[in-house]
Design a protein around this ligand. Structure first.
Ligand code: NAG
Ligand code: NAG
Ligand code: NAG
Length: 240
């Protein structure tokens, strides 16, 4: 999982994985040496095995939510449309996956600036990039908030919604979507899974043989992407 600060119990994570993701029986949720928690094998799993099968009906996609959004968002980028949808529709304690999403972004630079990260980063572009996405989020909120229906105007909730989409949404074929469970996986520049759409599900497969106690690893972005891209989008800087 992307962020380390994280209160949801392993039991809750396991039960949501089972609810949404049809996990391979020999996978377990456990704390990760990389960050927060991750998914690990408990036995040998051969290459090409299906690890998770997440029905598209469990996912929230930009193309599905656009119809329910105000006209100003009709031609908006999908990231913004999904963020506006979350901002407008999230009700705490009704959906454990969304609760987890909101909890997980408290460290995202749209929400909290981490001086330790900024000071230790050797990429001079990082401050410029972080300031830019923060300014863009403020500007988008100013334009959109009069059009969005919520019980109270809440800029932090909007920034969290946007941070969730930036850090956790996946693009497959046609549209961007939240895929509960696929976003459990930590980033690594040498991934051992791949994912694609098949038969109305997102199928996550082992791209190599996985010995017992292997953490499932996804590659979030092109390995060559500069560290500011990782920080502004995912809220962390890869160690590798
Ligand atoms: C899961 O692990 C058990 C014990 O090692 C093994 O017997 C079983 O075949 C595995 N299941 C799958 C689907 O690989
Ligand atoms: C496609 O999904 C349906 C419904 O989940 C299932 O019954 C069917 O067996 C699946 N087909 C293949 C080829 O996996
Ligand atoms: C995923 O990896 C498996 C095993 O290497 C391979 O057979 C399959 O074609 C890959 N799928 C995608 C979508 O890359």
């Amino acid at each position: 999982m992307i962020f380390a600060t994280f209160a949801t119990s392993l039991a809750t994570l396991t039960s949501y994985l089972q609810t949404y993701c049809n996990p391979h029986p020999n996978l377990t949720v456990s704390s990760s040496p990389l960050s927060g928690v991750g998914l690990f094998t408990t036995s040998d799993i051969p290459e090409d095995s299906v690890l998770l099968q997440i029905p598209l009906s469990s996912c929230t996609s930009a193309s599905d939510v656009k119809a329910s959004l105000p006209p100003i968002l009709k031609d908006a980028p999908e990231t913004l449309a999904l963020a506006a949808y979350l901002y407008q529709n999230y009700v705490p304690s009704q959906n454990p996956y969304l609760d987890l999403c909101f909890e997980s972004v408290s460290d995202h630079p749209l929400v909290t600036l981490r001086d330790d990260v900024l000071q230790n980063c050797d990429d001079p572009e990082i401050i410029r990039e972080v300031n830019e996405i923060r300014a863009e989020a403020d500007e988008a909120f100013k334009i959109l908030s009069p059009h969005l229906t919520t019980t109270k105007i809440d800029p932090t909730r909007f920034k969290k919604s946007l941070a969730i989409i930036l850090s956790r949404a996946f693009a497959h074929d046609d549209t961007e979507r939240l895929v509960p469970g696929l976003d459990f996986l930590n980033h690594h520049h040498l991934p051992n899974i791949n994912h694609s759409i098949y038969n109305d599900s997102i199928i996550v497969k082992a791209s190599t043989h996985l010995p017992p106690t292997t953490e499932l690893l996804n590659q979030y972005h092109q390995p060559s992407a500069p560290s500011y891209v990782y920080y502004s989008r995912y809220g962390f800087i890869p160690q590798n």
